[in-house]
Ligand binder design. Structure first.
Ligand code: ASP
Length: 341
């Protein structure tokens, strides 16, 4: 017996040292991978100028590069998704942080969440109005509180206490988003019933990243300003673990974008993981099923990015386009906006 145990121990140490274990093989096969999205919606080539398109692609590439640099330097998937999300949050082009859309009351109310696939620890903030980078506040909730979500004033006070940058409402003002609000209000007025629910359901924003690091750990982060002309106080799917964000090493890391109410009702980020775990689906098949069947049948519109522990990537949407991209160990950046390019 003792001899057998010794042989088993030697074999185990040998496997770990030479990296021949199954987990290492999978990691080697997948390598580090980073996937991002910048929202889905009625994004049509004919409505885009080449200059505008370049600007969008530049930010998507910068987000991918920020995360990739961390991953190749041996950083964690959590660090990578935060870095990528911050690039989107600091850009006025995407609906998160600086570029957040306006509520019907003319305020900017942001939501964000993060999840660590290795521990299934998670953090989120909702209805924050003064935090420059909401994703950093979500990270702080995850790493330095025993809670998963803080909202409103409490979240803002906590962010300030943790030394995060706090800004005034003028920081989030962008002319383009303001005009979008006025347009949405005008559209509302024109609707004969007058009972329109408000939010502009044709263009969605949100910024997100999912990543696989060199240790085989997955993470997901999502940050948003929500929907244009949403009700004051409305919270969407982005800060809800299982709806807008989910990560579990044994299945996948997921982030959603689109009409949050549907993602909340169907717990659609978790659903991708559940289909992999309980129905044995691949990440590509699970993401497709969720967008085409679950989201589609509920009548919702939007998209999902998902990444499994082998580095397989899924980017599914049922809208005209979705800002998205991925990068693997080779550092080659792949970005897409429309259905095929
Ligand atoms: N899903 C986000 C929300 O409903 C919005 C978006 O992705 O554009 O708040």
């Amino acid at each position: 017996m003792r001899g057998f145990s010794r042989i088993a121990a030697i074999l185990t140490v040998g496997l770990v040292l030479c990296g021949c274990g199954k987990k290492s093989d999978e990691n080697q096969q997948g390598g580090i991978t980073m996937v991002v999205h910048g929202g889905a919606g009625t994004i049509l080539k004919e409505n885009m100028t080449p200059e505008r398109e370049r600007e969008y692609r530049d930010v998507i590439e910068a987000a991918l590069r920020a995360g990739h640099e961390i991953l190749v330097g041996g950083g964690t998937s959590i660090e990578a998704v935060v870095a990528a999300a911050c690039v989107f949050e600091d850009s006025p082009l995407f609906n998160a942080g600086k570029g957040s859309v306006f509520t019907g009351q003319g305020t900017n109310e942001m939501d964000a969440s993060i999840m660590d696939g290795s521990t299934q620890n998670a953090g989120a903030v909702a209805f924050v109005t003064t935090v420059k980078n909401p994703i950093k506040a979500a990270l702080e909730v995850m790493s330095s509180t025993k809670h998963v979500m803080l909202v409103g004033r409490g979240a803002e006070l906590f962010a300030a206490e943790r030394g995060l940058e706090i800004v005034g409402p003028e920081y989030f003002f962008t002319q383009r988003r303001w005009e979008a609000l006025l347009k949405a209000k005008e559209k509302d007025k024109q609707q004969s019933s007058g009972l329109s629910k408000g939010p502009d359901m044709s263009k969605f924003g949100t910024a997100a990243a999912v990543a696989l690091d060199g240790d085989g750990n997955l993470a997901a982060a999502t940050s948003t300003g929500g929907l244009t002309n949403k009700m004051h106080g409305r919270v969407g799917d982005s800060p809800i673990i299982g709806a807008g964000t989910y990560a579990k090493n044994s299945t996948c890391a997921v982030s959603s974008t689109g009409q949050g109410e549907y993602f909340m009702r169907g717990l659609l980020a978790y659903e991708v993981s559940a289909l992999m775990e309980h129905a044995g689906m691949t990440v590509e098949a699970a993401a497709k099923e969720v967008v085409e069947q679950r989201l589609g049948l509920l009548g919702g519109r939007g998209g999902i990015i998902a990444l499994d522990g082998r580095g397989n990537v899924a980017m599914e949407f049922n809208t005209a386009g979705m800002y998205r991209g991925y990068v693997r160990d080779d550092g080659q950046l792949h970005t897409f906006i429309y259905r095929d390019e």
